[in-house]
Design a protein around this ligand. Structure first.
Ligand code: SAH
Length: 391
């Protein structure tokens, strides 16, 4: 079959030469009727010169997702090498460990493909037409590389698939439905459900930050937006006399309770509540904390919602700063790509100003090393996690 070529504008060429991997539909030089969804196409400039190979999407405004700038075939061997390069990074960064994000989409030059490994259970998210077309190959390659895997699950039920004209999918691709799975985070065990939990079951991007949080834990702790208690368990185990975990989802709150019992953390209380209301109510009662974690879901899903998102972040951070005793710590995160580190820091400064507190930044962190950032592709840097001390 003849490979199809798609010509792009100078601006599109410049972008990919600078390390960006997306080409917007407005940068295609002509409509591309007849190119099938998810096809791998040759990308050329206005003169027909080869610029790379990319996945094509018939629906998304991101028409092309670059796979390579080299003139090599994007065949089985190509994808096997990409997967091996991703695996190699995790094996170096996490020697002997089996829980990590194995493939982080564009950052691993596999746009649209997210693969999380929870030991013997592997969870795949295919978010674009191109990624969707790789399903069978990925399962084959994963089985070859992880013969110990007892299940490969697909959690392609993220909303972004709609932008690609794809329906949500949640199913077992290999093995049997795994049920709940347990893994260690430092000295505590976590239990998540890869079929029913949020995203792929867990939030692996915060794992390294969970572990670091123990160093700052003391006194009365509060973990808002706790999900399965990743931060709360560390605080309760290492340094806080008592911890309150606040989580709005009933099923997640049940997992925190169950996990606290399993880990013998009898100093942990779970509040199934809206964290905004909880923080407000606590500030009215004059409650005080020594260690607070704020790890909300993304408030800015699009650029248009940036202002209201910043107001939301400021509200919870301001309240938290008012509730913290002098010498206490705030661990404050945002996973909104649109709120970049500079905006996040400015929001914190403004909250500190209103709270009349002096704040030290101890660490400006992001997602763990299994979520690398592709230089030239700001979109791959989404998580901010600041460790702060309130003076
Ligand atoms: N801190 C967690 C991940 C948090 S994800 C970890 O490290 O693993 C965000 C969580 O906030 C989700 O579990 C979601 O159910 C919860 N959530 C969303 N809105 C909320 C609200 N208004 N109040 C409390 N929890 C909320």
């Amino acid at each position: 079959m003849n490979e199809q070529s798609i010509a792009i504008t100078r601006r599109g060429v410049e972008r990919i030469e600078q390390g960006f991997t997306w080409i917007y539909r407005s940068d295609l030089l002509e409509a591309s009727p007849g190119v099938p969804e998810g096809a791998i196409v040759r990308v050329v400039d206005g003169r027909g010169w080869f610029k790379g190979r990319a996945f094509y999407s018939t629906e998304s405004q991101i028409a092309l997702r670059l796979l390579t700038r080299e003139d090599i075939p994007c065949d089985r061997d190509f994808f096997a090498k990409r997967l091996d390069a991703a695996i190699d990074l995790r094996r170096r960064a996490f020697p002997g460990e089996t829980v990590y994000r194995l493939v982080h989409a564009d950052a691993d030059l596999l746009s649209g493909v997210v693969i999380d490994r929870y030991g013997e259970v592997i969870v795949v998210q295919l978010l674009t037409q191109g990624a969707d077309a790789l399903r069978d190959l990925l399962v084959e390659l994963l089985r070859e590389r992880f013969p110990e895997a007892r299940a490969i699950v697909e959690r392609s039920d993220a909303k972004v698939r709609h932008l690609e004209g794809l329906t949500p999918i949640k199913r077992v691709l290999f093995g049997e439905a795994p049920g709940a799975i347990e893994f260690c985070e430092g000295e505590v065990s976590q239990r998540i459900d890869p079929m029913e939990g949020q995203k792929t079951g867990g939030f692996l991007d915060q794992r390294e930050n969970h572990l670091l949080a123990r160093h700052y834990a003391s006194g009365e702790g509060l973990d808002c937006f706790s999900y399965t208690g990743g931060f709360a368990f560390q605080l309760a185990r290492h340094g806080c006399s008592h911890v309150t975990a606040v989580e709005i989802s009933q099923s997640a709150a049940a997992l925190i309770k169950e996990g606290a019992e399993r880990n013998g953390l009898f100093n942990l209380t779970v509040e199934t509540a809206n964290a905004f209301d909880f923080l407000k109510a606590r500030s009215l009662t004059g409650a005080r904390y020594d260690t607070i974690v704020l790890d909300p879901p993304s408030f800015a899903k699009s650029k248009a919602s940036l202002d209201s998102a910043l107001r939301g972040y400021k509200e919870i951070n301001l309240r938290a700063l008012q509730l913290i005793r002098p010498g206490g710590h705030l661990i404050s995160a945002s996973c909104s790509f649109h709120v970049d580190e500079q905006r996040f820091e400015e929001m914190l400064r403004s909250a500190a100003c209103d709270a009349r507190r002096s704040i030290q930044i101890i660490e400006r962190r992001g997602a763990g090393r299994d979520h690398p950032v592709l230089l030239g592709m700001r979109e791959t840097r989404y998580l901010k996690c600041f460790f702060l001390r309130v003076l």
